[in-house]
Design a protein around this ligand. Structure first.
Ligand code: FE2
Ligand code: FE2
Length: 246
C-alpha cells in the first residue's frame, strides 16, 4: 500500500486545448499519464491529484477527463486547481455525492491514509507583475494586485484550517498537506501556509502549479524548518506519480 501524488494533468478530451505548444514534455501527455500511473499505482494505493485536472469550463465539458481519472488504478483524491472552473467550492458536497466511491474531492474536509489525515486546499500565491531592472533583479511589484492576493490567501487559509480542524477533531495527529499553488511566492521564505504546516508538524507539504524549467524553483523543495516540501507538477515529474508514503 502506498500514497502517491501528481499534479496538473491538464486534460482536454472534450475541449480543444493542444498542450504541446508548451513544450515537448506535453506531447501526448495523457498517454504518459496513463502509462506511468498504471506502471506505478496499484489498486490498493492512493493517488492524490493536486489540481488543474481539466480545461473544460463547465462540468459537462469535463466528464471525459474525470472518467479518464476515474479509470486510473487506485483510490483517487482530487484537489482544486486554479483552472478547475467546473468545481465551485460550494459544489464540493454535490461532486462528492455524485462520484461517491469513485473520486473524492478534497475541500473543507479530509481523507485518510493509514494514520495520516490528508488535508488541503487550492492555496494562493502572489505572482506579480514584478518590475525588473535591466539585470533581471526585482525592483518592485504591483501593490494593488499584491493586496488582492493577500485576501485570497486569507480565504484559502480559512478553508485549510477547516480541513485541519475536522481531521484533528476526528483524532488525527499526523498530516500530509496538499496545495495546488506553491506554499510561498518567489519573494517569500515563509507564508501562512508554511506557518500552519509547522504549527501542525505536517509530515509533507505537496504542491504543483509551477510549469516549465524556469518556474520549478519558485518555492521550497526539500526539507525546510522540519517540514518536507515536494513539487509534483506533471511536467516536472514527466507525469510519473511521486511516492509520498509507503
Ligand atoms: Fe497547471
Ligand atoms: Fe495551476
Amino acid at each position: 500500500m502506498a500514497l502517491y501524488a501528481l499534479g496538473d494533468l491538464h486534460l482536454s478530451f472534450q475541449v480543444d486545448k493542444p498542450m504541446d505548444v508548451f513544450g515537448s514534455v506535453w506531447k501526448h501527455h495523457e498517454r504518459k499519464i496513463e502509462k506511468y500511473v498504471r506502471k506505478t499505482v496499484k489498486d490498493e494505493d492512493t493517488l492524490v491529484l493536486t489540481g488543474d485536472h481539466s480545461w473544460g469550463r463547465k462540468l459537462p465539458e469535463c466528464r471525459e477527463d474525470l472518467a479518464f481519472i476515474e479509470n486510473l488504478p487506485g483510490r483517487k483524491i482530487l484537489l482544486r486547481g486554479n483552472h478547475d472552473m467546473f468545481w465551485d467550492e460550494k459544489k464540493t458536497p454535490v461532486l462528492n455525492k455524485e462520484y461517491e466511491g469513485r473520486l473524492f474531492f478534497l475541500q473543507n474536509n479530509f481523507a485518510v491514509y493509514k494514520d495520516y489525515a490528508l488535508v488541503g486546499t487550492k492555496g494562493f500565491t502572489f505572482e506579480g507583475p514584478f518590475y525588473l531592472d535591466r539585470w533581471g533583479n526585482i525592483t518592485g511589484w504591483d501593490e494593488e494586485r499584491e493586496a488582492h492576493a493577500k485576501k485570497l490567501v486569507d480565504r484559502e487559509m480559512k478553508r485549510l484550517r477547516e480541513s485541519f480542524r475536522k481531521a484533528e477533531e476526528a483524532g488525527y495527529r499526523k498530516y500530509i498537506m496538499f496545495l495546488h499553488y506553491p506554499p510561498t511566492n518567489i519573494l517569500e521564505d515563509t507564508s501562512p501556509f508554511t506557518e500552519i504546516a509547522e504549527e501542525y508538524h505536517v509530515h509533507t507539504v505537496v504542491y504543483s502549479h509551477c510549469h516549465g524549467e524556469s518556474r520549478f524553483g519558485d518555492s521550497i523543495r526539500g526539507e525546510y524548518r522540519g517540514v518536507r516540501y515536494m513539487l509534483v507538477s506533471g511536467d516536472y515529474l514527466n507525469f510519473r506519480p511521486a511516492l509520498l508514503l509507503e
